[in-house]
Design a protein around this ligand. Structure first.
Ligand SMILES: [Zn+2]
Length: 697
């Protein structure tokens, strides 16, 4: 599970389970072309934004570390660092993201002006040049979508709609449900096909029903009408059809699982059926035909996740009028294409998705948006140049040492757990030993040859990449899992654990301050990236990760009484986070449980590893702070982050991570080492004792 949810919320389980109709590129087996004549790129460090490190000068000297540690460390910084108008959150992650963007900008600008560029240089150069060519984009308007809209307007009955769905999926443009490869939960060395729920324009099921989301529903309906009007409908027709689209999606939402349900039961993604059985479940949508139309050999079985969703789609194919299907498909085609079209569409898309939903005041500059597109369509093409310029080799060696030390500290804690019996403990130890660690960037880069881009049209390049990436991902179905693949590009500021491969992965871009600093003392590095490493390791042992065995298979390796103890401890953590409140809303302790278990275990393990690294010596105080104080101070620094109220509202419903301010204090408040480091007393808010204290790993 990613350490932090990226701006696209669909990535909440992106490590492996965030199947989407337009799969994001991952890595592939082919070796990159690092030919000797490869063009060289240069990096002008002076143009990069500053790093964001812990500074003792930021501490709120009037505050009290033992009452509210987050505020004590971060209050001044948060007040001095408001959210930029083109963002909806601002903190350590976003600042590193700006830095990563600035590096990437230098790369793509050089690629775009390269003479006779080939391979990945041509690919990223073409994307960037067409994405920046506003005059051409304005002149093209919606015309690149003309033939697609005409095809939708011609739909008349169940058969033609089903055929249209198959056709659009085969181009990588399917948008009603998720379809793509993932490791078989019961045989994790092999990829099978997964069809998942999808098709909603609002972020989560609750947005269609909850009383406190009425304003968002109204904004959405207006937006649907605006897009339909821009796409050529008369305004009165567009308003009527927008209501129909909302009703259509409300039916889908009613048959869908919520973010919380999916986060707390990973097995909901796994519902193995044969295509024939699936056809019986969805009599009006043939999966046998679907596989054929996608050019995928009909498998013996695939996962039809959330079957009641697919059953509802099947029913809607016969009882929703063709005109409503047209409106639904037309809206989503234009909505998903809008960022690559002329300014009318870009502005409408921004006004709803960013401004109304999340409180972003201004759109990001065009170059940043274009970089976002390149990252989602061809992230590893850009990434292989990025790491050559911006990832020092010594970072990898230092990280390897840190990971080893964290693993040793975790193994020691496993030995001492009082709530776990010997049989389960042996299996847990086996799982920990079985971890694979990936640091910086992949050993092998994905091959992009065959993806044809040109200098004619931005959206044509995007659509070509959609189709290319979809074909590439479908090529994995029925094949062994490629263990060298990464689910995040090296320039991503994040980290993840993949339970199906039992691997922890740390992209190059997170290996910078405040997380990691080659020049900083151990206290800061263990409190930063050390705790991140511990967090990802603990995901292997959170409430969902612990359902997978050392080999990555979904398999119960727990003795019953141990599972009961684990559940009881987890429930206490649910209660702790349920009690946190922000802007009149409570945190959802269930939705965020897995991440909170990972934070609690990760910080505890990192603290132990730091003590081992000190080897009994007491480091000299720096700026009046002991090593142990600096360790906890950097943990809180990592979680200093401002959010717009709207962004928070969306996250409280959909994000499996608690808001940053509670991550800064939640785990430390359960650790006796924290109270000791800061001299906190019984009764202080940051001191949980006895039955109120949770220790799991
Ligand atoms: Zn996580």
């Amino acid at each position: 599970m990613p350490l932090s949810t990226p701006s696209r919320l669909a990535l909440a389980l992106a490590f492996s389970l965030g199947l989407s109709a337009c799969p994001q590129p991952k890595t592939a087996p082919e070796t990159a072309d690092v030919a000797p004549e490869a063009p060289s790129y240069t990096l002008d460090e002076a143009k990069l934004p500053p790093m964001n490190s812990f500074s003792a000068a930021d501490i709120d000297s009037a505050g009290n570390a033992c009452m509210d540690f987050g505020s004590y460390i971060n209050k001044n910084w948060l007040a001095a660092n408001p959210i930029p108008s083109d963002r909806t959150s601002w903190g350590a992650f976003e600042m590193l993201d700006e830095r990563s963007n600035a590096i990437q900008r230098q790369i793509v600008e050089q690629a775009a002006t390269m003479k006779d560029a080939k391979g990945i240089d041509k690919l990223i150069g073409d994307f960037y040049a067409t994405g920046m060519d506003e005059a051409k984009i304005e002149a093209q308007g919606i015309s690149p979508l003309k033939s697609r809209i005409e095809a939708i307007e011609a739909l008349s009955d169940t058969a033609s709609i089903a055929e249209h769905l198959r056709q659009s999926y085969s181009q990588g443009e399917g948008m009603l449900f998720g379809f793509g490869p993932e490791a078989d939960f019961k045989n994790s060395g092999m990829n099978i096909a997964y069809a998942t729920q999808g098709g909603l324009g609002l972020p989560d099921k609750g947005f269609y029903f909850d009383a406190d989301k009425q304003d968002k529903r109204a904004a959405y309906e207006q937006y649907v009408a605006r897009i339909l009007t821009l796409s050529g409908l008369a305004p009165a027709d567009a308003e009527r059809e927008a209501k129909a689209v909302l009703a259509f999606e409300t039916r889908l939402a009613n048959a869908s699982k919520s973010s919380e349900e999916l986060a707390r039961d990973v097995s909901l993604y796994y519902h193995p059926v044969s295509p024939e059985e699936a056809d019986k479940l969805t009599p009006n949508f043939s999966w046998s035909k679907f596989f054929e139309s996608q050019g995928v050999e009909k498998p013996a079985m695939f996962s039809l996740a959330v079957p009641e969703f697919h059953r509802e789609v099947s029913q809607m194919l016969v009882d929703v009028p063709a005109s409503t299907w047209q409106s639904y498909l037309r809206f989503h085609l234009v909505d998903s294409s809008a960022p690559y079209l002329s300014s009318d569409f870009v502005n409408a898309h921004f006004d709803f998705h960013n401004k109304a939903m999340r409180g972003q005041q201004e759109n990001r500059e065009r170059w940043k948006r274009v970089l976002g597109t390149i990252n989602s369509q061809a992230g590893e093409a850009l990434g292989q140049i990025y790491v050559k310029l911006a990832f020092p080799a010594e970072s990898k060696a230092r990280m390897e040492t840190l990971v080893r030390n964290l693993g040793d500290a975790f193994a020691e804690r496993l030995k001492q757990l009082d709530w776990m019996g010997e049989e389960t403990r042996a299996r847990a130890e086996e799982k920990l030993k079985g971890f694979t660690t990936k640091i910086g960037y992949p050993n092998k880069w994905r091959d992009f040859s065959g993806l044809e881009t040109r200098r004619d049209s931005y959206i044509e390049n995007v659509l070509a990449a959609n189709a290319f990436n979809y074909r590439w991902s479908l090529g994995k179905i029925g094949k062994p899992v490629d263990k060298d693949e990464w689910a995040m590009s090296p320039q991503t500021v994040n980290a993840y654990y993949n339970p199906l491969q039992n691997e922890i992965v740390f992209p190059a871009a997170i290996l910078q301050p405040p997380f990691f600093d080659g020049k900083a003392d151990d206290a800061l590095n263990y409190g930063g990236i050390g705790a991140v490493i511990g967090h990802e390791m603990t995901h292997g042992f959170d409430d969902q990760g612990s359902r997978f065995a050392a080999n990555g298979n979904l398999e119960n390796w727990w003795q019953e009484s141990d599972a009961r103890n684990f559940k009881a401890l987890s429930n206490k953590l649910v209660q702790q986070f349920d009690a946190y409140e922000v802007a009149g809303q409570h945190v959802n302790g269930k939705l965020t449980l897995g991440e909170n278990i990972a934070d609690l275990g990760g910080l505890a393990i990192a603290y132990d590893a730091y003590q081992r690294a000190l080897g009994g010596k007491t480091p000299e105080a720096i700026d009046g702070l002991t090593g142990n104080q600096r360790f906890f101070a950097n943990w809180a620094t990592v979680w200093r982050r401002n959010f717009t109220p709207d962004e928070l509202k969306v996250r409280l419903t959909t994000d499996s991570h608690a808001p940053a301010e509670f991550r800064a204090i939640g785990a430390p408040s359960n650790l006796p080492a924290f109270a000791e480091a800061w001299g906190c007393k019984r009764g202080d808010a940051m001191v949980r004792e006895g039955n109120n204290q949770v220790k799991i790993w």
